[in-house]
Write a protein that binds this ligand. Structure first.
Ligand SMILES: [Ca+2]
Ligand SMILES: [Ca+2]
Ligand SMILES: [Ca+2]
Length: 457
């Protein structure tokens, strides 16, 4: 039997060359190349308690390293070292420096997130709680490996002392857009009905912001969930691309999104406190926590949610973010004006034929009668819409009328006292809705808006 096997063997045995690691002539070593030392060395600083290799940060073609020292005092500062020479390249600093913040408790190389070809890093600070954030919320920061400059601030979408940033790691590319992503652990979190300290981990997209990533972030930050299938595309196609195609200010769209998300029943069901609502606005529109003073100002009782949300949506800080994605998309002023009137009176973007028709009517009114021509036309438009089937089918309450006039003529939501005052005027019969159209259209605030859109004749 053995013979059979032997006889089936080839006459000459061909041996594949052994891989290098099996070659006995090569001895494996763990020879030390460099010893790294903290530039702020101190007792129990714990330099080396977190570390990671990173992509080439200084452009010499060799990989570099980052090492954290989360217990150094008063400042914890992970350092980036040249992998080839061991030389210190950068000392990173938290923008929210805090004693016991444990900035650098975890660090990781993350590939190149800003497209300069150099490796970048993420740094966790699991017990930082900057600004108004709850104690031990934690934060994570993404830094440019080449310069040490801060690129992104990340926080948990859920409140509470979750120690977000206790663990961080780069992800080569989770969403397939060619840009690296990151995953951050928040091990002490217990959001919603989760058991205490159940923990969460979050994957963040890090490449340049696109409209779809911004839309997705609205779902996560306002509604606390993933978008439904096709929802992101619907917003992008039906709203953003619509604005671009029809030459209206693209910033109308995120303002409308903010309104539809923040004033939705779904958001109301999350039962956010006023402070948390403001924090949600900060993260959704401005990607950061409010400072304590900012939060105090917002929660002093002066604003209602609709007003506050509009102010965030119309802020320059947020406009700068949208303009980055849509440069030169301020739209045609007449079309913007018509859109404001429609959004105000009918709660929706105007359809293409309505937009074109109404814009030509207002342009003609301006050509013939200047601002006064436009004012008369605006009154007419409001009167027409108020008796339209679409408007009446929504069974508007007195308060709805007041809110609509504010939004259409003044481009803003009314304050609580404004709603009460004008609703009482209507309810008591002292004034009719037609009176309100006259009053709003004749107000100096509306004149200012007409000048803004049509200029002075
Ligand atoms: Ca290098
Ligand atoms: Ca980079
Ligand atoms: Ca990616």
């Amino acid at each position: 039997m053995d013979t059979e096997i032997l006889s089936s063997e080839p006459a000459v045995r061909v041996r594949n060359p052994a891989p290098k690691w099996l070659d006995e002539r090569i001895s494996l070593t763990g020879n030390l190349i460099h010893t790294l030392v903290s530039p702020n060395e101190e007792e129990f600083g714990s330099f080396g308690s977190s570390l990671s290799g990173i992509g080439d940060a200084n452009g010499d073609g060799r990989s570099d390293v980052i090492v954290g020292a989360p217990y150094e005092e008063p400042r914890t500062s992970p350092n980036i070292f040249d992998g080839a020479t061991g030389e210190l390249l950068h000392t990173l600093v938290s923008p929210n420096e805090q004693e016991d913040g444990k900035f650098g408790c975890c660090v990781s190389g993350i590939g190149d997130v800003n497209g300069d070809g150099r490796g970048d890093v993420i740094v966790g600070a699991d017990t930082e709680y900057p600004g108004s954030s709850p104690q031990y919320s934690g934060q994570a920061y993404v830094f440019d490996g080449a310069s040490g400059k801060l690129l992104h601030v990340l926080a948990s979408p859920n409140e509470g002392g979750g120690q977000f940033g206790r663990s961080v790691s780069g992800v080569e590319d989770a969403n397939g857009d060619g840009w690296p992503d990151v995953i951050v652990g928040s091990p002490c979190e217990s959001p919603g009905t989760s058991p205490k300290g159940a923990g969460r981990a979050y994957i963040f997209y890090l490449g340049p912001e696109t409209i779809s990533t911004m839309i997705e972030s609205f779902y996560h930050l306002v509604l606390g969930r993933e978008p439904e299938e096709g929802a992101v595309e619907a917003w992008e196609q039906g709203y953003f691309n619509y604005a671009v195609d029809f030459d209206i200010d693209v910033r109308f769209v995120p303002r409308e999104m903010g309104r539809l998300f923040f004033l939705s029943d779904e958001y109301a069901a999350r039962e956010r406190t006023d402070a948390r609502f403001i924090t949600d606005c900060y993260w959704t529109f401005l990607s950061r926590y409010p400072q304590t003073q900012e939060l105090d100002n917002w929660t002093s009782g002066e604003w209602n949610r609709a007003e506050a949300m509009t102010i965030f949506a119309e802020s320059e800080e947020f406009a700068a973010r949208v303009t980055k994605m849509y440069p030169d998309m301020a739209g045609n002023p007449t079309r913007n004006f018509v859109t404001t009137m429609y959004i105000g009176l009918l709660d929706r973007l105007v359809d293409q034929s309505g937009l074109e028709y109404a814009s030509s009517v207002f342009d003609a009114a301006f050509a013939q009668g200047g601002l006064e021509g436009c004012r008369a036309q605006a009154k007419q438009m409001a009167r027409d819409i108020l008796v339209s089937e679409e408007f009446l089918s929504k069974n508007p309450t007195t308060e709805d009328y007041v809110i609509r006039f504010y939004r259409a003529f003044l481009g803003r939501f009314p304050s609580a006292s404004e709603i009460i005052y004008w609703s009482a005027e209507l309810d008591s019969g002292r004034r009719t809705t037609n009176d309100l159209i006259e009053i709003f259209a004749d107000s100096p605030e509306f004149t200012g808006r007409l000048q803004e859109y049509f200029g002075n004749p």
